[in-house]
Design a protein around this ligand. Structure first.
Ligand code: UDP
Length: 313
């Protein structure tokens, strides 16, 4: 079996390459390193079943030979990254989705789309189920990401309905773990880095807003199951942790687990920052037999060990 993974040098993409290679697949990885890092795939170069293509998915894509599964995981994904690259973000999840869906049609490949909890915007329904349509500000600063993901979902369904492409839409909630980029501005790497250095932990907007954090190993298992499962064409599935925590409590937990002296610093809130976010994962449990196994405490401990050794390099 041969898979194409776009965004292969990103946080989730690189772990997906590891997983598919470990499961015996041949993997073609594609990335342009705008937010991904060559470090994340350095260990794979030279692997007999891995091939890397340095390419921007916004341009017409052609890949030689058969493809069984295409996973479109390219896209700047942290708020700081997509606000730094707003137009590129929109292109990757419009033109990039179009190009990869076209390739899936041509190769009769299954198509797995990395959508996001961001399609729910600042949700008015809690926890979020897949049949909730969301509450997105179409002209707010985060819309470049949220609306591109929503457009991509619509495009996936159009290819499914018009051309019978076997698509699966995965709405990925906050994920953390080894290989997150320290400077990507996301809350987990930022808090861990600051705590390890004894610097103030920057909590935006009072910290009463909540998120639910899924450890990378669990997330990759969920994505893998959704990719290989037969009979779920056209399904939309939430993947994430149902363990909800406020950002202030996350800051306190990080301080505790790192034995840090860092003070907590309350800063202004971010524009359009969702107030609550937590997935209903009933569908993933029923269709995939999947739910996260790692508690936030255990996953953070593993991530702290990785970050310490990364910073010593
Ligand atoms: N956040 C924070 N300090 C930071 C980074 C993020 O308080 O240094 C908050 C942010 O306002 C949001 C939550 O943490 O409420 C998660 O932010 P992140 O950027 O990780 O991702 P999001 O879930 O917003 O896409």
């Amino acid at each position: 079996m041969r898979v194409l993974i776009t965004g292969c040098a990103g946080f989730i993409g690189s772990h997906l390459c590891d997983k598919f290679l470990a499961e015996g697949f041949e993997v073609i990885g594609m990335d342009n390193f705008i937010t991904g890092s060559p470090d994340n795939i350095a260990h794979l170069l030279g692997h007999p079943r891995f091939k890397f293509i340095h390419y921007n998915v916004v341009n017409y894509i052609y890949v030689e030979g058969p493809l069984d599964i295409i996973l479109h995981f390219a896209c700047p994904a942290s708020p700081v990254d997509y606000l730094n690259h707003p137009i590129h973000t929109m292109k990757v999840d419009s033109l990039g989705t179009l190009n990869t869906l076209g390739l899936a049609k041509l190769k009769s490949a299954r198509y797995v789309f990395a959508s996001s909890s961001e399609v729910y915007g600042d949700p008015l329904v809690h926890p979020q189920r897949e049949d909730y349509w969301g509450n997105v500000n179409p002209v707010g600063i985060r819309s470049v990401y949220a609306e591109a993901k929503r457009f991509s979902e619509a495009l996936c369904m159009a290819y499914h309905r018009e051309h019978g492409v076997d698509v699966r839409i995965l709405r990925i909630f906050n994920t953390y773990g080894e290989r997150m980029r320290i400077g990507d501005g996301r809350v987990v790497p930022t808090f861990l880095y600051k705590a390890l250095r004894g610097e103030p932990i920057p909590v935006h907007g009072g910290g009463t807003q909540t998120r639910s954090f899924c450890y990378i190993e669990d997330m990759v298992e969920g994505i893998f199951r959704a990719s290989i499962k037969d009979g779920i064409e056209g399904e939309v599935i939430n993947l994430g942790s149902p363990e909800e925590i406020s950002i202030l409590d996350l800051a306190r937990l990080v301080v505790e687990l790192t034995n840090s002296n860092s003070p907590i610093q309350i800063l202004d809130g971010r524009e359009d920052d969702p107030k609550r976010r937590c997935p209903d994962i009933t569908k993933a449990k029923n269709l995939l037999g999947w739910e996260p196994k790692t508690t936030l405490r255990d996953g953070l401990k593993k991530t702290i060990e990785w970050l310490k050794s990364y910073l010593r390099r």
